[in-house]
Ligand binder design. Structure first.
Ligand code: PGA
Length: 251
């Protein structure tokens, strides 16, 4: 795959203060341009400050979550429309940490995907098996279920883009990524379930599948060079500019 198509999404989780996010965003913006498409996803609280500091750069902005209703009495939630309004182009939906700690269900994720698309955001749908599910031999089943329940019935016009991030839950933050060959096989499984849901031209042109889970400068090239892998979702290795720069340069 050409590096031109590679997307590098960095998920800052809840790890930085607003001041730290601003500083890191400026450093990423000043990083020598690469052919990769760079997206950074700070917390809601940091989005406006980061957006301001990314203005005029090629670096794109994403949020880590959104709500499924357009507006209303939903205390504490943030609408996809507002995210679009402040400059987001992407939104992570269904990250395993939200599935685990916030009890997000496939139904909630499905509704969020629809709302994100309706508001002109590109959803980054996260799917992945836990260690137990893997041990039980249920990995493919779990992934097909997650993809199907999130996307069945979602209208994907030719003007929409979706990203699916395959993130084995047990690998996130562990420092030990899976074998890229396994990622490639798993991406094939995900593609297969997309072909069951959408016309093939939509699958080919409007979906991208990426890998996430302990990606760093030492392994990123192995993942982005896979034929059916359009990029990576990076957490820990995107939080320090030196490490992140080295990762970007390794693509
Ligand atoms: P990690 O996180 O790169 O620190 O494993 C990835 C993610 O949770 O998206």
């Amino acid at each position: 795959m050409s590096t031109q198509n590679t997307i590098l999404i960095s998920n800052w989780k809840m790890k930085l203060s607003v001041a730290q996010a601003k500083k890191l965003a400026i450093a990423v913006k000043n990083k020598k341009t690469t052919q990769a498409e760079l997206v950074i996803c700070p917390t809601f609280a940091s989005l406006t400050e980061v957006a301001k500091n990314l203005a005029g750069s090629q670096v794109k902005l994403g949020a880590q979550n959104c709500f499924w209703e357009p507006s209303g009495a939903y205390t504490g939630e943030v609408s996809a429309k507002e995210l679009k309004e402040i400059g987001c182009e992407f939104v992570i939906i269904g990250h395993s940490e939200r599935r685990q700690y916030l009890k997000e269900t496939d139904e909630m994720i499905h509704r969020k995907i629809k709302m994100a698309l309706a508001c002109g955001l590109t959803p980054i749908l996260c799917v992945g098996e836990t260690f137990d599910q893997r041990q039980q031999g249920a990995k493919d089943y779990v992934l097909i279920q997650q993809v199907t329940q999130a996307l069945q019935g979602v209208e994907v016009g030719s003007d929409k883009q979706l990203i699916i991030a395959y993130e084995p839950v047990w690998v996130i933050g562990s420092g030990q990524a899976i074998d890229p060959l396994e990622a490639a096989n798993t991406h094939q499984v995900i593609y297969q379930s997309l072909f069951d849901l959408f016309p093939s031209d939509i699958v080919k042109n409007n979906f991208r599948i990426i890998y996430g889970g302990s990606v760093d400068q030492t392994n990123v090239a192995d993942f982005v060079s896979l034929e059916k892998t359009s990029g990576v979702l990076v957490g820990g290795a995107s939080l320090k500019i030196d490490e992140f720069s080295a990762l970007i340069d390794s693509i």
